[in-house]
Write a protein that binds this ligand. Structure first.
Ligand code: ACM
Length: 677
């Protein structure tokens, strides 16, 4: 064979493999993947054998895998014969040793799918469990059968700490919701569930030692110790650590409802209804405070086996400390020059208590104080700089800045937020101190009903950032895969799609919701803290308006943009036609939505948004036709269009149109070269 022919063949082969692997809907994307030829066909003769020494948690995971495979393929596997001896197995799982659910445990696996044979091998069952999730994501079908495509994967996490925090305080999050979120985490290979359990708005754990904490501090909504143990066992079986957070000394009003003596100001306290930063702060100068925490953390250390204990530490405004003469005298006497130093003194005392109970202390940025030993871990929420600063000073850290999923940002922003970007100035040793990251679901604007649709699917993209190699960062490919993984996530029990539909039925007061769905799939809630700008939310708001069914990445708009990007790259006519279909759908929806909403007080507030969407879609359609034919606009024409669309950019009922920015960009692309007047 001539050299050029060979090169050409290699090139064609690599393009084919690339195209094929890009069609796989894996998330997180594996560290190494080689696409093969052919398929492993799934039929009732599937036989799975397990060799080696897995922990007992592997068996229920394997059973769930088979059940899920059975549901999806509709094949009724015979339970007695699927699990078999290794000699007759078509799918062989080899696990070297029993794993421990703790930071840094080996989670790697190797998966080889060949025609007629699957081999999954790993050091611990935690790796094999990830491999099973990968297989479930790979499942495909044609008109005759279900199959796994042949391939070889060598996979391991980039970061050891891949977490999701759920704030169960500002709104109580029911136990079942917590549990199915743990299943969804496992589906995307996350391994830390950070449970935010105390706040101004609620103390959410039963304490037998200090029962007034949950009895008076929770409005009756808390987890019993039996429930907590149930969640810990549930998570452990899925390879997930459960780290509690008790946020002190600030964000602590709920503690003081039952135990006002903990506060730095005398008085009676009520569970807070509003959101923000409040004055009630633990008194760090009172010896009784530490006697209280000695007993409290002993109880909680026994309840939560996880070795890390999160003590919060954020946003202490110092108001009660400044006003308390006894505290001021204590500071003077002990040479404590600032509230930050006083908080470090408090943390130092807490640290001793935690260490006595075998725990490692972790807290938000504010606990960082060079007087504290290097064993504490900094959880960075205020900025990457503070995380890097602590890494330079010798502290380990976890990143949440950039992963605030409560703020309704687009998924791409979180996805591109790398704890260790390519241009990081940290040296190798400092880099090794960055343990990973956590998506943070603060609960001002979510309830048990809506929380899943705020966490997912965006958290799957964060899971990929924390698991996959840094070079995996093609945003369009992420959105394409996310759309598919989103649907699979439903099988874990999360209610992100179901509950949203139910909320829409409630808003429509009937079964027919299509016009609302079309609108809701094209609009987004206001980002950042902007939703709080229109009214002062409290814990009592039902969060059941149209804005509460709008998603941070409007799904139809995301699909529309993917079509546009594909059209830009390939001039694919299909993509162009699909875009036009979306634009038609949005403009045609105006009348339908009017018919549904004009006489419905719950929907009426969204009417102007529907009108704006229709007008913007009409403008965009014209511009697309122009773009397709290469006709440019003069500066004056460009200005006129900008003025026309600018008025469609006003927030309506705490929502906005992502199409606006797209159209504005398109207007820019269509401008001819002449100077603007
Ligand atoms: C925080 O967001 N205050 C940790």
């Amino acid at each position: 064979m001539k050299r050029t022919t060979l090169l050409l063949l290699i090139l064609v082969f690599s393009i084919c493999s690339l195209t094929k692997s890009q069609q796989l809907n894996l998330m997180p994307w594996p560290s190494e993947l080689k696409v093969g030829e052919g398929q492993f066909v799934i039929n009732k003769n599937l036989r799975i054998g397990v060799d080696g020494n897995p922990d007992k948690r592997f068996h229920p995971n394997l059973v769930r895998f088979i059940q899920q495979l059975s549901k999806r393929t509709t094949i009724p596997f015979d339970r007695d014969s699927v699990l078999t001896s290794s000699s007759t197995a078509s799918m062989m799982i080899k696990i070297n040793r029993s794993g421990i659910v703790k930071l840094g445990e080996d989670e790697s696996y190797i998966l080889k799918v060949e025609t007629g044979k699957i081999t999954l091998s790993s050091e611990t069952e935690l790796g094999a469990m990830h491999g099973l999730q990968t297989l479930l994501q790979m499942l495909d079908r044609n008109k005759d059968f279900f199959y796994f495509p042949c391939l070889e994967i060598i996979d391991k996490p980039r970061f050891a700490w891949r977490g999701l925090m759920i704030d169960a305080c500002r709104h109580f999050i029911p136990l079942e919701v917590i549990k199915h979120n743990i299943d969804a985490m496992a589906a995307v290979k996350m391994n830390v569930f950070h449970w935010h359990l105390s706040e101004d708005q609620g103390f959410r754990v039963e304490s037998k030692v200090f029962p007034k904490l949950h009895q008076l501090g929770s409005n009756g909504e808390y987890y019993t110790q039996i429930q907590i143990k149930e969640v810990i066992a549930y998570a452990n079986e899925r390879g997930i650590r459960v780290m509690p957070e008790f946020d002190i000394p600030g964000h602590a009003t709920a503690w003081m409802v039952g135990y006002p003596e903990l506060a730095s100001a005398a008085g009676t306290y009520k569970v807070e209804k509003f959101f923000g930063v409040f004055d009630p702060t633990i008194d760090p100068t009172n010896k009784e405070t530490y006697k209280f925490f000695e007993k409290f953390f002993k109880e909680m250390a026994q309840l939560f086996p996880e070795e890390y204990m999160h003590i919060g530490g954020d946003e202490n405004n110092g108001v009660q400390w400044d006003k308390n003469t006894k505290i001021q005298e204590f500071m003077k006497k002990n040479g404590i020059k600032s509230n930050h130093e006083l908080q470090a003194y408090f943390n130092g005392n807490l640290l001793k208590i935690l260490q006595k109970n075998g725990k490692i202390m972790i807290g938000w940025d504010e606990i960082f104080q060079p007087t504290l030993p290097k064993t504490i871990v900094i959880h960075s929420w205020r900025g990457r700089e503070s995380m890097e600063e602590s890494a330079r000073k010798g502290y380990q850290s976890v990143l949440s800045n950039g992963y605030y999923i409560d703020l309704f940002h687009n998924c791409s922003e979180h996805y591109l937020n790398d704890p260790l970007p390519a241009d990081s100035k940290l040296n190798t040793e400092e880099k090794s101190r960055i343990l990973g990251g956590e998506a943070t679901m603060w609960a001002e604007l979510v309830t048990g009903e809506s929380v899943d649709s705020r966490i997912w699917p965006r958290t799957a993209a964060i899971a990929e950032r924390l698991w996959s190699p840094a070079t995996v960062k093609d945003v369009d490919d992420m959105y394409r895969r996310l759309d598919a993984v989103n649907l699979l996530l439903e099988e874990t029990g999360i209610q992100h799609i179901k509950n949203r539909e139910a909320m829409m039925r409630r808003l429509c007061n009937g079964y027919y919701i299509e016009p609302l769905r079309v609108l809701a799939d094209a609009v987004e809630p206001l980002e950042g803290y902007d939703r709080h700008g229109s009214q002062r939310y409290t814990t009592e708001f039902p969060l059941s308006r149209v804005a509460d069914v709008a998603l941070s990445d409007a799904p139809d708009f995301v699909r529309f943009r993917l079509c546009f990007n594909d059209y830009l790259k390939t001039k694919n006519r299909d993509s162009y036609s699909k875009m036009m279909e979306y634009l038609d759908k949005w403009s045609n929806n105006q009348q339908e939505f009017y018919a549904l909403a004009s006489n419905n007080v719950a929907l009426k507030e969204a009417l102007p948004l529907s009108d704006n969407l229709a007008e913007l879609a009409n403008v965009t359609r014209k511009l697309m036709i122009q773009f397709n034919s290469g006709i440019k606009n003069s500066a004056a024409e460009t200005n006129a269009i900008r003025i026309q669309i600018e008025k469609l950019n006003k927030p309506v009922a705490e929502m906005e149109l992502p199409l606006f920015k797209f159209t504005l960009d398109l207007v820019g692309k269509l401008r001819n070269g002449e100077k603007e007047e």
